[in-house]
Write a protein that binds this ligand. Structure first.
Ligand SMILES: C[S@@+](CC[C@H](N)C(=O)[O-])C[C@H]1O[C@@H](n2cnc3c(N)ncnc32)[C@H](O)[C@@H]1O
Length: 430
């Protein structure tokens, strides 16, 4: 056992973790083109922790704010620079590139150099840029490009007023959904609109942006891992509550032909929800294994007596009072063998709490922070996005348990899928 009170032992252990996780990621990269999320979580967490110990403090701290890569990425996305470069795999001089996207040449080069430093785009010779493995993701055909565009354009605006929203009387101590920094921005700009009305808007561009963003989030989170990790063979019916346009239930139906699936979302979404099924899984529609039922889950009870009530990226959208209403309505629909699956990012503390069960969670090896530190970067950023846009949050397992307990549901199983977790609840036996 190493004594981590000795600073050197700590540094050596972090270096060992970097070494072993990097070796694992390299082996995976050779096979599938990238390291697995599990290896990358360890690697990112360990090297950030090591560098924050070794670097001058002002250097480490200023890196938090010396970070305008989001602004440069936003320009690249909106000007579709990766699409233009894609036609010139050997590289394109910045004067021609700037002309093609109708921007200033000198500014375009500066916008590209900051992400290039981080490995996104390549300067093949002075003022000649080309795509590389990372910048190809920014091509407009990719869902990730759309999600990155929404975050860097809209959410960054909400982030800019967080402190103001925390000291303005009406917003400061409110945890209601319509008192988010986004609402603060809207009020300042004289705009109106509830978040879900806008996201499910009748304006095709906004709606398309949102739907592609949701597909991207699921890709980013590797959320399809739930298809392989949950025992779907043991259930026969699944309700996807807040299904959107079906990025989860369509592959589920294809992989498990015995399942009967109910899609539930707001009426305006259910109208659009059939199209992707017609395009991607028409055989399931023809089999009659899938149904579409509109719902307002804050008020209505979902389809009754099904085996699984699955909610992905739903509970994190709602403050506690609304999340409790959703649980309450589902509880009314459940039969004795039903279970609820909450599929969200789950917050794990940066410290080891004595007496708090960690269930099935993977805890990082010492001397790393128990939650892998920077290896959990995206989870903590998602939590902030939920706050900035919906005054909501990602939750800890204990917070989820507390909401479940209000309707006599107990946590029975946790599946740690690295970027997200699937948390199973069943009716508590009395
Ligand atoms: C963040 S999206 C998640 C979509 C999908 N579960 C996924 O992971 O891709 C949230 C979904 O909740 C739906 N929603 C919002 N408010 C709702 C309500 N009151 N009743 C039913 N669905 C609602 C939205 O229309 C949207 O499709």
């Amino acid at each position: 056992m190493r004594d981590f009170n000795e600073p050197e032992a700590k540094l050596d252990a972090l270096l060992d973790t970097i070494n072993s996780s990097a070796r694992q990621a390299i082996a995976e990269y050779k096979k599938i083109g990238h390291g697995s999320p599990r290896a990358i979580r360890l690697l990112e967490g360990a090297y950030h922790q090591l560098s924050s110990i070794l670097a001058p403090p002002q250097h480490a701290v200023m890196n938090f704010v010396f970070n305008y890569n989001w602004a440069c990425t936003n320009v690249a996305l909106r000007a579709r620079i990766a699409d233009v470069l894609d036609e010139q795999p050997e590289g394109l001089s910045v004067d021609k590139l700037a002309e093609a996207v109708n921007l200033d040449e000198i500014k375009t080069a500066r916008v590209l150099r900051a992400p290039t430093l981080m490995g996104c785009f390549k300067e093949v010779e002075r003022d000649v840029f080309a795509n590389n493995r990372l910048s190809l993701i920014l091509k407009s055909e990719n869902n990730t490009a759309w999600f990155a565009r929404v975050l860097s354009r809209h959410v960054s605006k909400c982030a800019g007023v967080v402190y103001e929203s925390m000291i303005e009387e009406e917003f400061s101590r409110s945890h209601e959904i319509d008192k988010s920094p986004r609402d603060f921005v809207f009020r300042k700009e004289g705009l109106k609109g509830k978040a879900w009305k806008i996201l499910n808007s009748t304006d095709d561009e906004t709606r398309n942006e949102f739907h592609r963003g949701m597909f991207s989030l699921s890709e980013l989170h590797g959320a399809s891992a739930v298809l392989y990790h949950y025992p779907w063979d043991d259930v026969s019916s699944v309700v996807d509550i807040g299904c959107s346009v079906g990025s989860f239930p369509t592959p589920l139906a294809k992989m498990f032909p015995h399942l009967r699936i109910t899609n539930q979302d707001l009426p305006e979404v259910i109208v659009q929800a059939k199209t992707p099924w017609e395009e991607n899984a028409p055989e399931v529609l023809l089999d009659g294994r899938v149904e579409f039922i509109p719902i307002n889950f804050l008020e209505d009870v979902p389809a009754v007596g099904k085996d699984v009530y699955y909610l992905r990226n739903i509970i994190h959208n709602w403050p506690d009072v609304d999340a409790t209403k959703i649980f309450h309505n589902i509880r009314k629909a459940m039969g004795p063998n039903s279970r609820v699956l909450i599929h969200d990012c789950v917050m794990v503390q940066t410290f080891q709490e004595s007496g708090v069960a960690t269930d099935e969670l993977t805890i990082a090896p010492e001397p790393m922070l128990p939650n892998f530190g920077a290896g959990s970067h995206r989870t903590y950023q998602m939590d902030l996005i939920m706050w900035f846009t919906l005054n909501s949050k990602e939750r800890t397992l204990d917070e989820l348990k507390t909401i479940g307990a209000t309707v006599s549901l107990i946590l029975t199983q946790v599946y740690d899928l690295v970027e997200t977790m699937v948390v199973e609840f069943r009716i508590a036996e009395i």
